[in-house]
Design a protein around this ligand. Structure first.
Ligand code: C2E
Ligand code: MG
Ligand code: MG
Ligand code: MG
Length: 292
């Protein structure tokens, strides 16, 4: 079973306040070395269809495996790389790795509908992302529909005409745009009418007090309803319990992601699952519980 391995059992490097500044400097000065020496790894977390528990895609998540400091979370290094204006280098590297992996998966005759990558608001200030993404896709023969792009809701601002335009350009070229961490920030619901997205990824914060606060169920079903009426697909992040799963399925949330199904894992863990199912995307772990 791949459940329970990796992320949860790892002792993540957790800097104290005084260490944080040193770490920041360390990350910025070692970033190019990290890229060259392969310290940056890409893990994949399955996304499952709520109705069947079948895998319907993966999200690519970056990890920095440092020879001195151990595994560093993107929650730590992504904001540092954004501040240092290096984030586009990371994200284009991850994108390249994802395209290589997609090519590898497809060459083996295995079936993957899509992989989602995370882009930062800052990427669009640093680079022509549409052009860069297209170059990488073309170089690896990856059709656009295989790549979905996630942008966190907190990056959106209704007055941001530039980002609005960049998102529209990407969608016009055939890339699906997913709004990440919906409901986690302080941004306005107006974003839903001002920015064109295909999928709403509902932030896991809504599930954290699921057992203790009945309000969270009301909010979750209202969000799923609203998304449907807006013509958006819905994915709930951070699903950890069967109870949460059953509820999300009952309110019509279409896609789920979380430790209940699988943590993010290296490609090597994904391949045997895809092979075992002869292209049918279903985790062995799911078989017992798949029919109810
Ligand atoms: P995100 O895109 O919202 O990704 C989901 C995060 O939730 C991941 O954390 C994932 O490991 C974690 N997660 C998944 N299922 C569960 C669960 O059931 N319970 C809990 N508690 N957590 C769960 P991770 O990998 O540490 O990434 C954190 C954030 O860093 C991501 O949030 C994303 O915003 C950013 N990030 C990660 N990789 C990249 C990247 O390549 N580029 C950019 N720009 N940002 C990235
Ligand atoms: Mg994401
Ligand atoms: Mg998220
Ligand atoms: Mg997040």
């Amino acid at each position: 079973s791949i459940k329970g391995m990796y992320d949860r059992d790892i002792a993540w490097f957790d800097p104290s306040m005084e260490e944080a500044l040193n770490l920041r400097t360390y990350l910025v000065t070692h970033f190019y070395e990290a890229l060259e020496k392969g310290w940056i790894e890409v893990y994949y977390q399955p996304e499952v269809r709520a109705l069947t528990r079948e895998i319907c895609g993966f999200e690519a998540l970056a990890r920095w495996r440092d020879p001195e400091r151990g595994l560093i979370s993107p929650g730590v290094f992504v904001p540092v790389l954004e501040d240092a204006h290096l984030i586009d280098r990371l994200d284009l590297y991850v994108l390249q790795r994802v395209c290589e992996d997609l090519q590898h998966i497809r060459r083996e005759g295995l079936d993957v509908t899509h992989i989602s990558v995370n882009l930062s608001r800052v990427d669009f200030q640093l680079n022509d992302m549409l052009q860069e993404v297209e170059i990488i896709c073309r170089a690896h023969g990856v059709p656009r529909e295989f790549l979905h792009i996630e942008i966190t809701e907190s990056a959106l601002n209704e007055n941001d005409a530039f980002l609005k335009q960049e998102i529209a350009r990407l969608r016009a070229q055939g890339f699906e745009l997913w709004m990440d961490d919906f409901g986690s920030g302080y941004s306005s619901l107006n974003n839903l009418k001002d920015f064109q997205f295909d999928m709403l990824k509902i932030d896991m914060a809504f599930l954290r007090d699921f057992e203790t606060k009945p309000q969270s169920r009301v909010i979750l079903s209202a969000v799923v309803d609203m998304a449907k009426k807006l013509g958006l697909h819905t994915l709930a992040e951070g699903v950890e319990t069967e109870e949460q799963y059953a509820f999300l399925k009952s309110i019509g949330c279409e896609v789920l992601q979380g430790y209940l199904f699988s943590p993010p894992v290296p490609l090597a863990e994904i391949l045997p699952i895809l092979r075992r199912e002869e292209g049918q995307l279903q985790l062995e772990d799911f078989r017992a519980a798949a029919f109810f």
